[in-house]
Design a protein around this ligand. Structure first.
Ligand code: ADP
Ligand code: MG
Length: 338
């Protein structure tokens, strides 16, 4: 097996105190599309920055095409492309001029730069817009241009840090197709994302990262299979009696039922059950709760998804982070950098 990236016990501690990446190990095969799925603050950007040699590691080992990250940064930078979470294109220049600028950084000849530029504009759907100033581009187009400039030197692998965060759904879906196209043409891809659907759609394998640790790793299918079962979400109308909330009473009532593998408390009045043959045990659940005078609000049923995988391994929902992030933005009146 040819490993494009090999990481062993990699750790990053900022300012002697913040453990941003905590003893992670993983690998990428050549030609693979691999992803890190995790909420804000999980350690995704820190990992990418260590692998692209932009920041130093604290301990552990990592190799990019056999080159050790702290001793071979020059060799690594020639082999890789990188796009940061924030789009970095010059809006006063046209798409083509941005491309030329980037080719100069990589010391490509003018002829080579032109040829490679045309190729990439074609793959990324920018041919029509190539001679317009990037300031007139939509967010999705700017991101594609950003990716194109990172690919001009024909790197073996590209690191994409949250490529679709902040894009509208339509641009996101379009970008997915372009990323898949790049991968099919042979570029190895390492991407980070906060979106389940993105990880599910783009990654052959993925690692779930939370609080600096990899908590699960595998193909999306394998991860979903492993947790098995279906998810039943119950909303319970609270009528607290004798100090025990209806929610806690419901947990007690349902714990130990043969088909229920796991019960998680989502919030004050919601429970998530992982169940085998979920659709068959719903009637039983409803009648058991009724016997206890527990009133149900709504009940949702879903076959297993990556959301459930995330919940199982981290004990919290990925979406909650997104909600928090939104309310942070509102409360402080400005967006935090992530
Ligand atoms: N330059 C830095 N100095 C100190 N702490 C940092 C720095 N960059 C990131 N962190 C912290 O490290 C943790 C991981 O951050 P990051 O790698 O940016 O996560 P993600 O990209 O998954 O959102 C967070 O707690 C973040 O606040
Ligand atoms: Mg980040």
């Amino acid at each position: 097996m040819n490993e494009a990236v090999k990481v062993e016990h990699l750790t990053k501690i900022y300012n002697h105190s913040i453990k941003a990446v905590d003893d992670i190990s993983f690998y990428l095969k050549e030609g693979e599309a691999f992803g890190f799925l995790g909420p804000n603050g999980a350690g995704k950007t820190t990992t990418i920055k260590m692998l692209t040699t932009l920041i130093s590691k604290t301990s552990g080992q990592a190799y990019v095409y056999g080159n050790e990250i702290s001793s071979n940064s020059i060799a690594i930078r020639k082999l890789i492309g990188y796009t940061a979470q924030d789009i970095e294109v010059d809006e006063d220049l046209t798409g083509r001029e941005n491309m030329i600028l980037s080719s100069r950084l990589y010391h490509l000849s003018a002829a080579k730069a032109r040829q490679r530029g045309n190729e990439l504009f074609e793959i990324l759907g920018l041919t029509e817009a190539a001679d317009r100033s990037a300031g007139t581009y939509s967010g999705g187009m700017r991101k594609r241009l950003d990716i194109a400039t990172a690919l001009v030197h024909d790197p073996k692998i590209i690191f994409l840090d949250e490529p679709t965060t902040g894009l509208d759904p339509q641009s996101r879906f379009a970008l997915w197709d372009y990323i898949k196209g790049l991968n099919q043409k042979g570029t190895t891809i390492f991407l980070t994302t906060q979106y389940m659907e993105e990880a599910d759609n783009l990654c052959e394998r993925l690692a779930i990262i939370d609080n600096g640790k990899i908590v699960a790793e595998g193909t999306p299918e394998h991860l979903k299979e492993e947790i098995g079962g279906d998810t039943i979400t119950l909303e319970i109308k609270d009528s607290s009696n004798s100090g025990v909330t209806s929610r806690d009473n419901a947990v007690k009532t349902l714990t130990g039922l043969p088909n229920i593998k796991d019960i998680k408390v989502l919030d004050n009045n919601r429970l998530s059950l992982n169940a085998a043959n979920g659709s068959y045990i719903i009637p039983e659940i409803v009648s058991l709760l009724q016997e206890q005078n527990i009133v149900l609000g709504r009940l949702e049923f879903a076959n297993s998804s990556l959301d459930d995988v995330f919940l199982k391994y981290t004990g919290h929902e990925l979406r909650v982070e997104e909600q928090k992030k939104k309310s942070n933005v509102m409360h402080h009146g400005r967006k935090r950098r992530s």
